[in-house]
Design a protein around this ligand. Structure first.
Ligand code: QAP
Ligand code: CO
Length: 170
């Protein structure tokens, strides 16, 4: 097991489009385990492989109260997306310290592979639905700050760049 380094906005590597996974094997399961370790350590409720500079379609999620319901989605795709939107405060391990209200569809059906490479479908509502959409966005090089105004996004970029400079000089 290993903790992975999480890329932070505005790192251009966060804009990479992830490739589909071809084989679910032990090496991939090792990546998944390291992603869960990194996510639980943060702590976070969702992590996309893109955020740890692995550009393959892998997402780890756990929105449970006790952080004991790990969910992994490999090669996820939307089967259906509701018209009804819900506003929720979102954060992101790649945008530490910033939380903003975002509107997204509140009900989705997704298809994916599990950690054994078996295909499954699931339905998700509310926080889980929002989290899955947020993580699938990462696989497409998209961040929650992209839904904000240019002004809000550039303020967040400046503040994070300032922090990154200070961290570099330490
Ligand atoms: C995505 O985000 C999400 O700023 C997952 O300093 C979040 O796990 C989807 C985190 C909310 C829907 C609603 C953020 C940790 C974790 C921070 C996360 C931070 C430390 C974010
Ligand atoms: Co995120």
């Amino acid at each position: 097991m290993a903790l992975l380094t999480v890329l932070e906005f505005p790192d251009p590597r966060l804009r990479t489009i992830a490739e589909p996974v071809e084989h679910v094997d032990d090496a991939l399961r090792q990546v998944i385990d390291d992603m869960f370790e990194t996510m639980y350590d943060a702590p976070g409720i969702g992590l996309a492989a893109t955020q740890v500079n692995i550009h393959r379609q892998i997402i780890t999620i756990d929105v449970s109260e006790d952080s004991d319901e790990p969910l992994v989605l490999i090669n996820p795709s939307f089967e259906s997306i509701s018209d009804e939107l819900e506003q929720m405060q979102e954060g992101c391990l790649s945008v530490p310290g910033f939380y903003e209200e975002i509107k997204r569809p509140n009900h989705i059906r997704v298809k994916a592979l599990d950690r054994n490479g078996e295909s499954f479908e699931m339905e998700a509502h509310d926080l889980l639905a929002v989290c899955i959409q947020h993580e699938i966005d990462h696989l497409n090089g998209k961040l929650f700050v992209d839904y904000l105004s240019n002004l809000k996004r550039s303020r967040i970029r400046s503040k994070l760049e300032k922090i990154h400079k200070l961290e570099q000089s330490n």
